[in-house]
Design a protein around this ligand. Structure first.
Ligand code: NAD
Ligand code: WQD
Length: 339
């Protein structure tokens, strides 16, 4: 197996995974409609690795365009990152999320089947669990997504499960990511949110670089050790390496697997903030505000299945996440724009 189609490969996690794939000796073909990314990211992936990749500006919902890509390359497997991920936006525009995240995945699988390509690694999310827990959350936990975004990911997981049950040649691994943060150590690729960041760490680095005035901490009255929200933050490079391991597992397994990708090490907002002040070397202003609608107190991964089945575990700690995220922000104050 050596040619991998990466959908959404120009995005945050996709671009980091392309680096790891190329460095592992795979041939990489990327499709991306660039609705939330820049082709500049892929140019930098090629610079980092000194390897080339093929890129097509294609929407994963465009079956004919997909057929053109599959006709041009002998694709062995697919990693499917393409999708929309803004939880709040999914509440406002659920139909957009079902069309992109569910129909997009179904169209991709249909074309894959037409070309006899039946090995897929899917970008799922811990949002499928949807509930707070003081204990690590394992893959067999109840799923009850709180917003349409998580529902679309669960629907796509279930479709893959049906494919694997109907056709023994189909093999799929759905990876449920917790909270990806950080950037490649080169500082050349990283998280490039458009507009005001929803997520914690890009907001922190934008405050640190002076693009934002102050970090708003959404609540310090949560039932956690310091009152602020607790999550399982995982370095994006660890996450990317988990995908390479999942590809290797695909080659030797039958059917469907669902696996958490997290560290199992929870951190609070204030602990993350402290890690970034250490990385930045100065205070980062914050103020305590009320809770964010839809937020939950605490969730983090029971991460042992990935180690057992993929031979993978996260290796980079919160300080590496903070240092690498800060380096990216310093080198790219406006992300890939104005590159
Ligand atoms: P991202 O927005 O940076 O990357 C997604 C990429 O997919 C972008 O380049 C975008 O242009 C592309 N895309 C979107 N819709 C497309 C379509 N219809 N056709 C072709 N390309 C399309 O997001 P990310 O953080 O890299 O996330 C990648 C995947 O991982 C997503 O599916 C997301 O839901 C999932 N995920 C992300 C997180 C996170 O916190 N970042 C956590 C869990 C799961
Ligand atoms: C983390 C913590 C906030 C911003 C989201 C999606 C999830 C997944 C990962 C796609 C929480 C607090 C945040 C800020 C803050 N994405 N916070 N001030 O909500 O755990 O997960 O991203 O799959 O689906 O829901 O991540 O980074 O938004 O928040 O205090 O400006 O930081 O309350 O406790 P979240 P987050």
């Amino acid at each position: 197996m050596n040619t991998i189609l990466v959908t959404g490969g120009a995005g945050y996690i996709g671009s980091h995974t392309c680096v790891e794939l190329l460095e592992a000796g795979y041939q990489v073909v990327v499709i991306d409609n660039l609705c939330n990314s820049s082709q500049e990211a892929l140019k930098r992936v090629e610079t980092i690795t000194c390897e080339g990749l093929a890129f097509y500006e294609v929407d994963v919902r465009d079956a004919d365009a997909l057929r053109g890509v599959f006709s041009s390359h002998n694709i062995d497997a697919v990693i499917h990152f393409a999708g929309l991920k803004a939880v709040g936006e999914s509440v406002e525009f659920p139909e957009r999320y079902y069309d992109n995240n569910v129909q997009g995945s179904k169209t991709l699988c249909q074309v894959m089947s037409e070309f006899g390509v039946k090995q897929l690694v899917f970008s799922s999310t811990a949002s499928v669990y949807g509930f707070p827990s003081d204990d690590p959350i394992a893959e067999n936990a109840q799923t009850q997504p709180a917003q349409p975004y998580g529902e679309t990911k669960l629907a796509a997981e279930r479709h893959l499960g049906e494919l694997c049950r109907m056709d023994p040649h189909w093999r799929a691994i759905s990876l449920r990511y917790f909270n990806p943060v950080g950037a490649h150590e080169s500082g050349m690729i990283g998280e490039d949110p458009s507009g005001i960041p929803n997520n914690l760490t890009p907001f922190i680095t934008q405050v640190a670089i002076g693009k934002r005035e102050i970090l708003q901490v959404w609540g310090d009255d949560w039932p956690t050790h310091d009152g602020t929200g607790v999550r399982d933050y995982i370095h994006v490079v660890d996450l990317a390496r988990g995908h390479v391991k999942a590809l290797e597992r695909l080659a030797e397994q039958k059917g469907e697997l669902i696996i958490n990708l997290g560290t199992g090490r929870p951190y609070s907002v204030l602990e993350v903030h402290a890690a970034f002040e250490k990385a930045v070397g100065r205070d980062i202003p914050y103020e305590i505000k009320g809770r964010r609608e839809g937020d939950i107190a605490i969730y983090f991964a029971e991460a042992s299945l990935a180690k057992d089945l993929l031979g993978w575990q996260a290796e980079l700690d919160i300080d590496a996440m903070a240092c690498d995220a800060w380096r990216w922000q310093q080198m790219n104050p406006n992300g890939y724009r104005h590159a």
